[in-house]
Design a protein around this ligand. Structure first.
Ligand code: ADP
Ligand code: ASP
Ligand code: MG
Length: 455
């Protein structure tokens, strides 16, 4: 068995879904379970419609919902699934009406609304597969992916999830004799609590669904089909011309994903690591490309850096307290505050009386600042980014830091940290310096990339 996950652009239209059907049909002997994202930018649109309704702009919300319905009906035209699409939009219409009346958009309501993207796309994809002569069956992910109730950021609960996957998938997949080759199609991103309330795994979470399913069914491979050739040596939205990384380790991929390589949801590799299941990133527009293979160990490479990730919209928090000179407990007090407001810290630099750190979720920043100011002076700088150079060779190659700083001689580097894992060097820079910095670093480290490792 393999899991094949297709992202938003890979299922953005009927034409794109036809391409997916072709890709799946060629791999039918590997017994694929297909996980799909919402079509194109549907999730963004659903959330925007709900927000508009909550603001009281009911007509605008109704109009935008009608447009989204027309789009889905157009792309599923002529398929037996058309009436199911209609009735999903009727339900959605009711939900949006309730939100407008209530004037409140709770995280639970957000999940109820945004899950429709994947509920619709998975139905349509299964129906297109049937149209292509593939024996396909739709599975509502909420029957198998059990999560906690942290709406919009729910975490899977693995014991019941795995039990349900084991119980449902093999039987459903078997299909009628003699072919025994039925393809299961399910939506990514969503799940349900043990009580059956719809949840989502956080934005970009369909990758995570794929690896949860892959690990639950002991798949041979988890494939993430997207719109680029694989993990690239730099974020293509910042700098064109990056190379395809042929292979990297789980640890490297996890680090890159956490520090902004959007091609993988940060939690994706975790279930794969546990069962040692390889993850492959592939391009649905160029299925012949080999993609990036992510496995326990990557083949050795002559270069120290595998790729440069970038996490944007970072806020720098500078905390200074001369009263803490020679005193202990300063860091504990600071971290207690961030902990209490459930705000993760990404990067940290300390001196005797000052601490600089970065956060990417400023939701509770005003309250955090007020608490910190009871014992320290606090400075806040928005519009920053973290650049993260990742590679298992960093720890064994002398001179990498020198090359980094040489390449960035004209850039104001605000913070530096070499990760404790010896796997990364992270730098905080102003947003306005990101492109220039990535360009310089890429030129420095990928002028002549090892052809065995990059293409
Ligand atoms: P999908 O809808 O298939 O899940 P995403 O938009 O979530 O696709 O992720 C793919 C995108 O990730 C690419 O189009 C690219 O812009 C972005 N990306 C950021 N960093 C990298 C990187 N290092 N390598 C490849 N893609 C990256
Ligand atoms: N559709 C969801 C999102 O846009 C999940 C995903 O695409 O992975 O965040
Ligand atoms: Mg994605």
């Amino acid at each position: 068995m393999i899991v094949m996950k297709f992202g938003g652009t890979s299922v953005e239209s009927r034409g794109a879904i036809d391409r997916v059907a072709g890709i799946v049909r060629e791999r039918i002997d590997q017994h694929p379970v297909v996980v799909v994202s919402a079509m194109g930018k549907t999730t963004n649109k659903l959330l925007a419609i709900a927000a508009t309704a909550v603001k009281g702009e009911r007509d605008r919300a109704t109009h935008a919902l009608a447009e989204l319905r027309e789009f889905h009906l157009h792309e599923s035209h002529g398929l037996p699934v058309e009436s199911a699409v209609q009735s999903h939009f009727e339900e959605l219409g009711e939900l949006i009406k309730d939100l407008a009346a209530l004037g409140e958009f709770t995280p639970r309501a957000s999940d109820a609304v945004s899950s429709y993207g994947e509920r619709l796309s998975s139905l349509i994809v299964a129906s297109v597969f049937e149209d292509w002569g593939i024996d396909a069956v739709h599975l509502d992910s909420r029957r198998v992916i059990v999560t906690d109730d942290r709406h919009t950021q729910a975490a899977p609960i693995f014991a019941p999830t795995n039990a349900r996957l084991e119980q449902i998938i093999p039987g459903l997949m078997r299909g009628p004799e003699p072919a025994n080759k039925r393809v299961i199609v399910m939506g990514g991103f969503m799940g349900a609590t043990v009580d059956g309330v719809t949840t989502t795994l956080g934005r970009g979470g369909s990758d995570y669904t794929a690896s949860i399913v892959g690990s639950g069914i002991d798949a041979e491979e988890i494939q993430i089909w997207t719109d680029v050739d694989g993990m690239l040596t730099c974020d293509p939205t910042i700098l064109e011309g990056g190379y395809r990384v042929k292979a990297c380790s789980f640890a490297e991929a996890a680090e890159l994903a956490y520090f902004g390589a959007k091609v993988l949801h940060p939690a994706t590799v975790l279930p794969a690591i546990e069962k040692n299941i390889p993850v492959r990133i592939l391009n649905s527009r160029r299925p012949e490309s080999e993609g990036t293979l992510i496995a326990e160990e990557a083949p050795d490479c002559a270069d120290p850096i595998r790729s440069i990730a970038c996490k944007r919209n970072i806020t720098l928090v500078n905390i200074v307290s001369t009263r803490m000179l020679m005193a202990h407990g300063f860091l504990r007090r600071i971290f207690e505050v961030f902990d209490r407001f459930e705000t993760p810290v990404d990067m940290l630099a300390t001196s005797e009386v000052s601490v600089s750190l970065t956060i990417d979720n400023p939701r509770a920043l005003a309250a955090i600042r007020a608490e910190l100011e009871t014992f320290a002076d606090v400075g806040i700088e928005e519009h920053h980014a973290i650049l993260c150079l990742v590679g298992e060779n960093i720890g064994r190659t002398p001179g990498v830091a020198a090359r980094v700083f040489c390449a960035l001689r004209d850039v104001n580097v605000r913070m530096v940290s070499q990760g404790a894992s010896l796997l990364n060097i992270s730098l905080a820079v102003a947003s306005s310096d990101v492109r220039r910095a990535v360009e310089s670093l890429h030129r420095e480290f990928f002028a002549n990339p090892d052809p065995a490792a990059f293409e």
